[in-house]
Design a protein around this ligand. Sequence first.
Ligand code: A2P
Length: 305
Amino acid sequence: MNNLITLNNGVTIPSVGFGVFQSAPAETAAAVETALKAGYRHIDTAAGYGNEREVGDGIRRSGIDPAEVVIETKVWVSDYGFDETLHAFDKSATKLGVSRIDVLILHQPMPQHFARTVQAYHALERLLEDGQVGAIGVSNFMPHHLAALREQTQIVPAINQVELHPYFTQTAVQKADAELGIVTQAWSPIGGITFYPGWGENRKSVMDDETIAGIAAGHGKTPAQVMLRWHLQQGRSVIPKSTNPERIAQNIDLFDFELTTAELTAIDRLDRGVRGGPDPDEVDPSTWNVEIPEAETPTSTTKGS
Ligand code: A2P
């Protein structure tokens, strides 16, 4: 079971999607297949994750009609620019094995090259107008990036996907999104970024937080489920990542309990105001030196017109 969230252009997506950030290509197809069989109908990937092809494979392997699955992917910054982003759509669609992408978003603002970011967004607007994508949006946009984008573009993003978990609640971003009618979508919704190996020292894992553990014990749920329920009750879309079948199932089993207002507030108060991921103002094409390969071998079309 899953609730639906209606985007600002009327398109609906399940509130709980499945994330594949840092899922190795070899594991991704199996994880996606498991997730779809467990009831997920929304997969979030990115050209920059290098596993779009395996996401497509997992969908096909599940036997579930691809038309029932919301596929979301992201254009990487090295593909920004109008023509470059149109081509990025082709690369992603081919790797995923679809002719239409449900949700296509810009992976990051590129503040040092904002004109190219705007051109990339203009390409998303064109793809939306042409019916090649169902909804468009952004990721890691702070309020000042959203304001700058809005000044130069027509279509309000449907989604802004940002780092958001109990230790980094991004209230200013949430407010800016809400004012514009943008759905805030949480990446690292259970705080994976606070415990991923190799992503910074001296971090405290939100998964070990005592307040969350206490709330979880009171409901007979896990800390991950409490965090995900907190997002859902506050209207956010979530895309928890796991490659473990038990945890994949657990992360969508969220609809038989409800947090009280006091519990939601207690979780809100855990915010430390410190991000775990990169500062969006500092990302440019050299940050990870990632180039998105061409999709040399087209796969057969399985979705869309
Ligand atoms: P694994 O893939 O081994 O399950 P986030 O989506 O917030 O970035 O979190 C992802 C991280 O959280 C991954 O390391 C994932 O590991 C782990 N994880 C996913 N679901 C759960 C869960 N229900 N309980 C504990 N850890 C989880």
